[in-house]
Design a protein around this ligand. Sequence first.
Ligand SMILES: Cc1ncc(COP(=O)(O)O)c(C=O)c1O
Length: 391
Amino acid sequence: MPEANIPARILMGPGPSNVHARVYQAMSAPTLGHMDPLYFKLMDETQALMREAFQTKNELTLALPVTGMGAMEACLVNLVEPGDDVLICVNGVFSGRMPEIAERYGAKVAKLSVPWGQSAKPEQIAEALKKQPAKLVALVHGETSTGVMQSNLGEIAKICHDHGALLLVDTVASLGGSVFKSDDWGVDAVYTGSQKCLGVPPGISPVSFGKRAEEKLAKRKSKVTSWYMDLTLIRKYWNEERAYHHTGPINMTYALLEGLKLIHEEGLDARSARHAKMAKALYAGLEAMGLQLFVKNPADRLPTVTTVLIPAGADDAKVRKTLLDQHSLEIGGGLGELKGKGWRVGLMGEGAKPNHVLLFLSALGGILKAQGASGVKPGAGVEAAAAVING
Ligand SMILES: Cc1ncc(COP(=O)(O)O)c(C=O)c1O
């Protein structure tokens, strides 16, 4: 049987991340029918905890039976009507997919291109909207391809609203691992994925639409272009109508609910502080080893994914393979512009813990030393990280 041979990896790539034993246990509970009153009760509990995770009171909050890309597509197809002007901040691979999707649904897309490794400045967004008004602005909170976090979302939301635009935010790599306040910041629509900081296997994605986004949906002149993704239909399965739309992903809902309960028990503030501290320890360790972080401005760094530049003399693929073979530890290679130039190290959910940081730094140090990578001080990483962890 293949499952007998599947090892418990230490998942330190840009997702998926390690899953808590309680989540696996929840998933193995008996499958209920998708119209069972008990399942509806679990959907309600999941919805309440999704609202808490997004920090919102939005009524239209539900989970879609898709991965993060499906949630991105669902939000765009619901918020875009053919001919709509849309502004997209592009600073990496994932934000780079949004224009392609929006265009397929008929949007006239303007891109605000930001260099990789940086986030968009609110004044750049204001300038772009002044030049070309848009009905929707979309951006990624945590760009997994570069390790950049978009800050100033409250200020950006205000600029969008002042220009008559809605703000859509991708939190696939950030929700549950960094501060996110949907209502306080005025975010109109938001989605996330399960397999990163929520600590749940891939395949289910929370989405939330606020009042302005709901209004846009209600006033559409044309039907949502995708039947399966049409939130005006799916919401009737999640609200008191309980109208069948699709067979709910029953056991994945149990998993999501358990993952959200773990977040609730830890507390959002404590959880984001833990991620921030572990990221700080990782930065200190990598820099003490003589390695360079790709994101230069500390204010732009995403705590859940760190991109470190590959030092001269190191063999990218061999380093990653040795980490996997020797330590059963996975990190990510570079994507797009960073292919062959950077490694992406994830500290997400269960993975954002001292043992992961220290093992990774000590393993990496040994491997780089064996490869003769130039200017690397292998032991210094663990010492510097330990000082942050114990500080
Ligand atoms: C920021 C961001 N958005 C969207 C996605 C797509 O999610 P998925 O691979 O689960 O479809 C990812 C995946 O890494 C991501 O990091």
